[in-house]
Design a protein. Sequence first.
Length: 359
Amino acid sequence: MPYEPDDYLSRHVQTSAIDLTGKLTEITALAVPPASPNRALYQEMLTTVIRMAQADRNRWDAKIMLQTLREMEHAFSVLEQFKRRRKVTVFGSARTLPDNPTYLLARELGQTLANLGLMVITGAGGGIMAAAHEGAGRDNSLGFNITLPFEQSANATMHDSDNLLSFHFFFLRKLFFVKEADALVLCPGGFGTLDEALEVLTLVQTGKSPLVPIVLLDEPGSQYWEEALRYIREQLLERRYILPSDMQLVRLVHSAEEAGQEIARFYRNFHSTRWLKGTFLIRMNHPLNDAAMKTLDSEFSDLCLNGGYQQQPGSDVENDEPEFNELTRLAFAFNARDHGRLRELVDYINLPQNWAQNA
């Protein structure tokens, strides 16, 4: 059923003493720029707050909502300046010491990513987080710190930086780790690192997060991630708890250079994805040739609910992101389920031999 703001307001806002629906409409008209396509969304946000006020929730509930809204609005504002810069979130143990080979590897990773023009996001703490920021440098780093009852200081690179955000709630911090990431690199770590690894895999596998490269980085000779992958293959894959194609969502590498190459290769032709009126779009830097399009229809038909694949030239249909209007689109009725196979499709369109000759 289509969303109708006026009906929504009339159903959910009590208007006994004054016309709250009219007041909210008036406030929205004054606060939101006239050309904004988000007017109905902002009005619904205000409606939600009014409903909570009318119910007069307990103070703890009200404080959670207030803190959440404040932190999200502040984070959106700070991160707006980096909106079109690709970013890589790096996870790993905060207890890794500077003389540890993995620390040195993470520092090299940060430098490699910065050389590729990528920003490095970490939790701004010590260990792997400090190493990655040290390698990337202050201007290429973003830190998402967590406010704790005891002192929680940022690492030397991020201390007093304008690129440092502090979060009160872990769930909001985790949201932005994934939301802002164009790629994720996971170094060895403890429970927190394993939690992040499984969470990001789940989010991408279920389509709750856009498809991005997920890279497991380990030093040569170490079995940390290899053992984790062996467990997944033997206990999850063999029991059919996951699909064989789900293993394509993650890549194991043993050097910073390999990690950088894996991320760069992912974006060689693939740019981004979005849904538009029920159609799944893959934006591409280069159009595909006729042979590649035929292969998609034959080898990747399982991803389409109907109609096959259509290649569309750039247009101004997506007026909310006009800077991408010139990019070619690969459009199809994606089943929204097989994201491991979608990763295989992305690998295919990233092969230069599949691009049109004039691309």
